[in-house]
Design a protein around this ligand. Sequence first.
Ligand code: JFZ
Length: 435
Amino acid sequence: MKQLFTLLVLLSTFYQSKAQTTAISPSIKTSKAVLDDFMDQRFGMFIHWGPVTLRGTEIGWSRGTSVPVQDYDNLYKEFNPVLFNADIWVKTAKDAGMKYLTITSKHHDGFCLWPTKFSDYNIMNSPYKKDIVGELAKACKKYNIKFCVYFTVLDWHDPNYPIHLPDGKNLDPKADIHKFITTMKNQLREIVTQYHPYVLWFDGNWESPWKNEYGADLYTFLKKLDPNVIINNRIGASQGGEHPKLTERIIGDFATPEQKIGELNMNNPWETCMTICQQWAWKPNDKLKTLKECIQTLAKTSGGNGNLLFNVGPMADGRIEQRQINRLKEMGDWLANYGESIYGTKGGPYKPNEVFATTRKNNKLYVHIFDQKSADVILPALHGVKVNQAYLLKGSKINYSQNTDGSIVLRLPEHLPNADDSVIVLELNINSDNL
Ligand code: JFZ
């Protein structure tokens, strides 16, 4: 018995010391006020870009797979996006109703889109020779769009990072991860002090060289540079497979479901990242999502209490494809009408489904109607809730009734104003925060 007790004590001290190596001091964690502000933005633009767009293959992942390494690593010598205009990209985001923008400063191929002093493999050694990250930061300021930076902790190009190819298993004994981390910190110091990103969006944390303690150390380093910078959950080592949900033990401020809509979560901030086509980087004739898919994705994300970081891959000449600009503008047109039901709202209390999703603010519940096939939409009862009024957002009254069990029946009009998502406002007897 005594032996068992000693073993338990030993085990618990072992786990405590393990936890301590990765614990983030609560005093440096991003405040709730800052994160609440981030979650109020709801919709941002992700941009994956680099010399690989000259080939039209996937950024990072095609290096050594569909594009030979030698070829891939020399593309920057031809990268000359003369039609790049930061104002046009940022205006495209603005017109889409997006509130922030996240650019890949460095993806897994190691190429840096800003003039870093800590690697020659950067935009100043391309024929273009202009600071892409800096120009975007400036344009974002001009258009009042929050500027954010993506940065990967794996770099298959840097000799000091132990893995050199996608899905590489062998660790290079000549690599020095500590030198690599020093370079990374130097580069991130440049990014934070020169461009003042609102969010730092890390990635590449699933490979074995990256340890949770490096993530904790990096988080602490960055928060000392800027106490308010928001950091995603791919800074700590990933626990494999699915990107983990945010829990106490995970380093970072928000969860990052990828290419799928996150689940309803009223406690932990999350942001879905998703491509407008299929590839992250530009691909010729890539399949573009329909407007219905785009709008319903945004509504279901908001309905789950999350943000949407919607990705475009600009072309090698510096332009975003016109058909993508058009699609984004259509989303912006929808938001110009229905934005009240997205920005600054909370998701829930219902789980989004194929028929409807709800968002809420003050005494209003916004019901996003996706399926117009049946005449009625029935919402399960909410404790203590009485509906005082129902009407289409910016439109006419809606007939409704409330059953004795409290469930709410909305009678849909014959023609709903929007085929992709019409919003019905329910004015409640209580503040929707109390649901
Ligand atoms: C990552 C990147 O690899 C991808 O290129 C893009 O930047 C996206 C936003 O984030 O996505 C992943 C992450 C992990 C795997 C594949 C794609 N994985 O473990 O196979």
